[in-house]
Structures are given as structure tokens and as C-alpha cells.
Design a protein around this ligand. Structure first.
Ligand code: FES
Length: 84
């Protein structure tokens, strides 16, 4: 099975303290729950240069800013709907 998507989460200090610490945990669990671990490359990234709008992450190069824990599941469901 080929990898179909790449997701990077900003692990810069601003994004990390604004919520990416919790988002990392949630996303890991989500990928496991939906058996997507082998299909999505998930990695940490350095500061993306948009600290004031964090926490930030990218999916296939598309930037998502101000990502709240309450909305991450909807984002992942939408972006990966074709992979499930
Ligand atoms: S720390 Fe995430 S954009 Fe700068």
C-alpha cells in the first residue's frame, strides 16, 4: 500500500505551547484507530513562520492555522475521507 498523504505538525515552541502538544497525541491515536499509520507520513516540523496564528500544521502542503483540539477530528475526517 503506498503512502497517500503527508502531514507535518509544527513543533516550534509557540505552537507546541498553544496546543500542538495535545494535537500530536490526538493525531497519533486517530491514525492508529483508522489504520492510516502506513498511509500517512506524520512528522514534526520546525517553526513554520506563522507563530501568531498557531497552532499550525500542514496536510499535503496545505496550511491549517489556529487548529483547536475540538476541530482536529473534523479536519482529519475531511482531508483523509478518501483513504478510509
Ligand atoms: S512555532 Fe509554529 S509557526 Fe512558529
Amino acid at each position: 500500500m503506498s503512502q497517500a498523504a503527508e502531514m507535518q505538525i509544527c513543533l516550534g515552541s509557540s505552537c507546541f505551547s498553544r496546543g500542538n502538544r495535545d494535537l500530536v497525541m490526538f493525531i497519533r491515536d486517530y491514525l492508529k484507530k483508522h489504520h492510516l499509520e502506513d498511509r500517512i507520513i506524520f512528522r514534526g516540523a520546525r517553526c513554520m513562520g506563522h507563530c501568531n496564528n498557531g497552532p499550525n500544521l500542514t496536510i499535503n502542503g496545505k496550511l491549517f492555522e489556529n487548529v483547536a483540539l475540538a476541530e482536529i477530528e473534523n479536519i482529519l475526517d475531511s482531508e483523509f475521507r478518501n483513504l478510509k
